[in-house]
Design a protein around this ligand. Structure first.
Ligand SMILES: *Cc1c(COP(=O)(O)O)cnc(C)c1O
Length: 386
């Protein structure tokens, strides 16, 4: 059918629609290379824990400045396997934050342990290290700080409390590939760290995938065994494990994308700077980047008292937004009666009502950024002086 004649130019048409994420345009940039790598794997039929998984593990460990990386089935499995490899199990308590994707707490429960939720810092959304002491009880064995939205938690303060109390630290780095805190990369600071390669993450596969990183040889060996039925040698099972191996096809794709990760992250940071300049004159709260931290902006999250109205106005004008996450984990139906809440989590609950995630991905175009910002500036609720 012929195109209906309209007076809307292609540039304006694009500006009228800003999707929340655009995975197709990233794929376009690497499509031929990915097809080539996939086709080589199929030719070899070396499909489980083959040469691409081994090579990706070495390359990703080196990228995170960790001694070991072990490819697993998903970020959730990476959290679960990291906890189990560190000896966390039934009867243990694991301190974490409730403003995360549900997987953080799910992995604790899957390991047989009980989650304990502490409140957060309202500017950085990170676990408040000063609240940790009050959360520690006789059964506490581990802490999972979440490097939420792409910024690492205050790892010096968290590691100090952990060392003083003999606790294990597992970083939830599922949103923080390449983030840094005082020169150290996410994944290389705690006893172990979990990464997700879900397609929308900063380093995303063409399906599910994940990895555990660690500097400990014994933790690495335990994860290697647990992901493959507790076994190093066929039919010799030393631990009760599972099947959770990074797929060889996904590893082949991830090796290509890992080489682009720093440039993807640099684009995200540049877009964040543009938003900051364009939104400086509004009364929305912009993301706070901690001193000595390198934020990789998995998400660009603002706060406003008028979140729902602002979100509806943006939607009317073709700008898609998200809320990460609207219901804190301790208030989810699945977690009723599970774990412990320290204090009432007033900050966690307050930010859940105020947060709004703007479109953020490397392929965002300057005119799209300007359009999002101008739509936001035109919301009466966020214009200054109102
Ligand atoms: C994505 C994510 C996970 C889970 O990763 P999957 O690969 O989807 O299992 C865990 N924690 C956080 C903070 C995440 O963003």
């Amino acid at each position: 059918m012929d195109r209906v004649v309209t007076n809307v130019t292609p540039a304006i048409e694009r500006a009228l629609q800003v999707p929340f994420i655009d995975l197709k345009s990233q794929q376009r940039g690497m499509h031929e290379e990915a097809l080539g790598a996939i086709s080589k794997v199929i030719d070899s039929m070396d499909l489980i824990l083959g040469p691409n998984v081994r090579a990706f593990e070495a390359e990703f460990a080196s990228y995170c400045r960790a001694r070991y990386a072990i490819g697993v089935g998903s970020g959730t499995d990476a959290l679960y396997l990291a906890l189990r490899a560190c000896g966390i199990g039934p009867g243990d308590e694991v301190i974490t934050q409730a403003n995360s994707f549900v997987a953080t707490a799910e992995a604790i429960v899957m390991a047989g342990a009980d989650p304990v939720f502490v409140d957060i810092d309202s500017a950085t959304y990170a676990m408040d290290p000063w609240l940790l002491e009050a959360a520690i009880g006789p059964r506490t064995r581990a802490i999972i700080p979440v490097h939420l939205y792409g910024q690492m938690g205050d790892m010096d303060a968290i590691m100090e409390v952990a060392h003083r109390h003999g606790l294990v630290v597992v970083e939830d780095a599922c949103q923080a590939h390449g983030a840094e805190d005082r020169g150290r990369r996410a994944g290389g600071v705690g006893d172990a760290a979990a990464f997700s390669f879900y397609p929308a993450k900063n380093l995303g596969a063409l399906g599910d995938g994940g990895a555990v990183t660690t500097n400990s040889r014994s933790v690495a060996e335990n994860v290697r065994k647990l992901r493959d039925h507790g076994s190093f040698q066929k039919y010799q099972h030393e631990l009760v494990g599972m099947t959770s191996r990074l797929d060889e096809l996904q590893a082949a794709v991830l090796r290509i994308k890992l080489r682009q990760l720093d440039s993807y992250n640099a684009l995200r940071r540049a877009h964040a700077r543009t938003y900051e300049e364009l939104l400086a004159c509004t009364n929305v709260e912009l993301p706070a980047v901690r001193q000595d931290a390198s934020h990789v902006f998995h998400l660009y999250v603002i706060q406003t008292d008028h979140r729902d109205r602002v979100r509806a106005t943006l939607a009317d004008r073709g700008v898609a937004t998200g809320i990460h996450y609207p219901v804190p984990i301790h208030q989810q139906a699945a977690f009723r009666g599970i774990g412990r809440v320290v204090g009432d989590l007033p900050t966690t609950e307050r930010v859940a009502r105020r947060i709004l995630s703007l479109p953020m991905y490397p392929e965002l175009q300057p005119d799209q950024l300007r359009y999002v910002a101008s739509c936001l500036r035109e919301c009466a609720e966020v214009a200054n002086g109102i």
